[in-house]
Design a protein. Structure first.
Length: 118
């Protein structure tokens, strides 16, 4: 999808992750990570992301995109609490990421992306 400000990418949240969606929507959370895939690798600084959870939507502009080869490198750059304040440790964060369906394989294949949001 294109807008006057560039491209708008769609990133959905499952209902079980509504709390994270609401933090992004309110501006409390300004760092979002996703296991890479060909679509997410196209997201650039200045693009917008439309986050959705059910019928609710929030559009945020991407200030910075970073790409890491694995979780160890990610957490060397970003302490887990900066990504999700509910994560107490790197070990807990890794466990959470690897619990998402398909994340382990996608991270091995495409790495992990960090989107810093306006």
């Amino acid at each position: 999808m294109n807008t006057d400000n560039g491209i708008v990418h769609k990133l959905p949240f499952r209902e079980e992750h509504r709390r994270t969606f609401e933090r992004i929507k309110s501006g409390e959370k300004n760092i979002e990570t996703r296991a890479g895939n060909p679509e997410y690798l196209r997201i650039r600084e200045g693009d917008s992301i439309e986050f959705s959870c059910g019928e609710d939507k929030a559009v945020k502009q991407v200030r910075k995109v970073s790409h890491y080869k694995d979780l160890d490198v990610l957490f060397a750059a970003y302490p887990p609490q900066t990504i999700n304040p509910e994560l107490a440790s790197v070990e807990e964060a890794k466990e959470r990421y690897l619990s998402f369906p398909g994340y382990e394989q996608r991270i091995k294949e495409y790495g992990i992306l960090v989107f810093e949001l306006e």
